[in-house]
Design a protein around this ligand. Sequence first.
Ligand code: ZN
Length: 241
Amino acid sequence: MNNPGILKRFLDSFSFVIAPPICILCSRLIDVELDESEHICNNCLLNLPVAKSSQEILERINMNFGKENNPFDYAISLFDSGTNQEFLKIIHTLKYKKFKKIGTFLGIKLGKKIYEHLSLLEYDIDFIIPVPIHRIRLRERGFNQAEIIVDAISNVINRPVNVNLISRKLYTQSQTSLDLSERIKNVQNAFEINLDLVSLQSKNFLLVDDVITSGSTLYHCARLLKENGANKLIIAVLTTA
Ligand SMILES: [Zn+2]
């Protein structure tokens, strides 16, 4: 038992007996041979609520910030939790239970969807940007969930990631307990842009977050890019809520 690898395997076999992998949505036992994910069963994956269209997501931004101010050209989501909040468990498990594998697994699925949509658009993506979290929150959580998703997307669509272009300078209150108007105010002026890193002129960006609700976080990041010369901006999220 001096070998740490053997010890780990020994302990893992116990953790399986104590806590066998179950689906976070329906609590069914995961079949590690058949199910695609370790955390969501195939049946639940097939029945994720249908994603909102690009137009529906963009209309949400128009409604909250005015059509003339909408910096986005297109939006892609993997599914929609809006009608059934139960599905937000997926985001919760990624963020707070720190099951990064869910982020990677769904990030790959989102990447494949982005790839399909890109073939229909007349423009391409130059950089993929994860919505940043403040360094204090990064220390608390240990990772930025948007970066996990972005890494998976980048592997699928083969475009570079830029994690330092936008940073979060204000440590803002968590959005979960806020109503719509509070959410919109909460992130105003929360971000800053590092212009030394890259010239934004005529570049197209894919901005990625785990979930879009009011759209205020994505909106404020996008405004910074747009004000500094960015061309096309696309949103990609795992879910709308
Ligand atoms: Zn399930």
